[in-house]
Design a protein around this ligand. Structure first.
Ligand SMILES: Cc1ncc(COP(=O)(O)O)c(C=O)c1O
Length: 461
């Protein structure tokens, strides 16, 4: 085994960049430059830790990061090797364009801590399982236009997944495979809305729902929410569709209690409205078991939208729409008419992940990981302000006096910490003030550092 003494690995203890991040970066550079070549064995974590004078955790975490990114591979019982890749993996994920503007980087090497909500941890997927799923998908030749309802095998597997995880009695005939929630919302809007119709969206709520419904010509009306979720008695008249997030209100984080669910469905039956249930992060609860999906209480009045964007990764582009076979037929006809589809090979890869149990395994691991990150947010920020939201999902709302959150968002950006405010999620007058902090796409150490910076700012006021 080679010692890395002849490689230019030097770590700077004075830097604000954590040692793990520095070491991973130096190893990436060595692999890119060819100083470490494919198939070469890396020193043991203990050996390298001694050589560099750092704790073993620094080395194991840097290795894990590089495994997750696909730079390294393990051979059972025989160590860690540089993966043989024709194209090197991308550098670690940068914040996505939907995130607030990138911070100005003052010194090279400064890290950006992305605490914007809506982004999962995509760097820790089991690379071997991922490759296996895609290799198997590639065994099938390319095909003609895919079935507008989705691959039959995937619909079957998703029905099983929903029965297990969301306690709803569905069969494949109730499921249509989408490209994610945005696509599902648009298909609902095309089937149910149009000029002269009214759609209600929770306020504060998910901006994408407002935009998609408005783009299809509907008049979009704000529907107030409280700690528990949407306020049924406050719903405007004449709604044809109501968009809601009963499992984990976005962004306040409440869970709609059973009596309110019953009232909501009586309202839908009385008015003839369809409730669109966005079940975007229901796989992630860290205290009690999730309540069954609202859909199960009245499948004739609810359309359930699910997505792999949180449970796997947004760039996979797969979700599902659960509804009556009649609604699905209408939507399939619309898809044919406008040539809308979900990629066949992508669906096949998801079939493989589900069949092998890889998604379930990933979810189990990520639940632990997110629960740890959430505990850090609660520990650091809970000491300086009131936190809102159930012990679930990938974000927390830190309530602040009016006016403070937008100022902190700007100041935090200057220090490389990106986040969002509750103010930005309102449609009507702003009623809730504070920071919306996502802990999905930053590491545990980054979540801690980012929250400490925010806690200082909150204390300064
Ligand atoms: C409320 C809500 N719904 C759905 C999604 C996911 O949407 P999609 O499946 O289109 O990626 C998100 C992602 O941030 C979200 O915040």
């Amino acid at each position: 085994m080679r010692a890395l003494v002849d490689l230019p690995i030097s770590l700077c203890r004075e830097s604000e960049v954590p040692l793990i991040v520095q070491l991973a970066a130096r190893l990436r550079e060595a692999m890119l430059s060819g100083a470490l070549s494919a198939g070469e064995r890396l020193p043991s974590s203990r050996g390298l830790a001694v050589q560099l004078g750092v704790s073993r955790t620094v080395v194991t975490e840097a290795y894990q990061q590089l495994y997750a990114e696909g730079w390294l591979e393990g051979r059972h019982g025989s160590g860690t090797f540089v993966a043989s890749l024709e194209t090197p993996p991308a550098a670690p994920a940068a914040p996505e364009p939907s995130a607030p503007k990138m911070a100005r980087r003052e010194r090279p090497g400064d890290e950006v801590i992305n605490l914007t909500p809506g982004h999962p941890w995509v760097r820790d997927y089991d690379v071997a399982a991922w490759r296996r799923a895609w290799r198997k998908a590639a065994d099938l030749p390319p095909g003609d236009y895919p079935d507008p309802y989705g691959l039959p095998r995937l619909r079957e597997l998703l029905a099983g997944h929903l029965r297990r995880t969301r306690a709803v009695a569905v069969g494949p005939e109730n499921i249509l495979v989408t490209r994610g929630t945005g696509n599902g919302l648009d298909l609902c809007a095309q089937a149910l809305l149009g000029p002269g119709t009214r759609a209600g969206v929770e306020d504060p709520g998910y901006q994408v729902a407002r935009t998609v419904f408005a783009a299809r010509g509907a008049e979009v009306l704000p529907c107030p929410v409280d700690e528990d979720g949407v306020i049924v008695d406050g719903l405007p008249d004449g709604l044809r569709v109501l968009y809601t997030t009963p499992a984990h209100q976005y962004p306040l984080g409440g869970r709609l209690p059973i009596p309110r669910r019953e009232r909501l469905l009586s309202w839908a039956r009385r008015t003839g409205a369809t409730v669109v249930e966005d079940d975007y992060d229901a796989e992630f609860r860290y205290d009690v078991a999730p309540l069954p999906a609202l859909y199960g209480l009245d499948p004739s009045r609810v359309v359930l939208l699910g997505t792999l964007s949180k449970s796997l990764a947004p760039d996979v582009g797969v979700g599902w729409l659960v509804g009556t076979p009649e609604l699905l037929d209408r939507i399939a006809a619309i898809r044919r008419a406008v040539s809308d589809r979900t990629s066949g090979p992508v669906q096949q890869a998801v079939v493989n992940l589900l069949e092998q149990g890889d998604l379930d395994r990933h979810l189990r691991r990520m639940r632990l990981e997110y629960a740890r990150r959430r505990a850090v947010v609660v520990e650091v920020l809970g000491a300086v302000c009131r936190l809102r939201g159930d012990t679930a999902g990938l974000h927390v709302l830190a309530e602040l006096p009016p006016g403070l959150a937008p100022r902190i968002m700007e100041r935090a950006r200057e220090r490389g910490v990106l986040l969002d405010t509750a103010e930005r999620h309102h449609h009507g007058p702003e009623r809730v003030h504070g920071l919306v902090i996502g802990y999905g796409s930053a590491s545990l150490a980054q979540v801690r550092r980012g929250c400490r910076i925010l806690a200082e700012m909150i204390k300064e006021g």
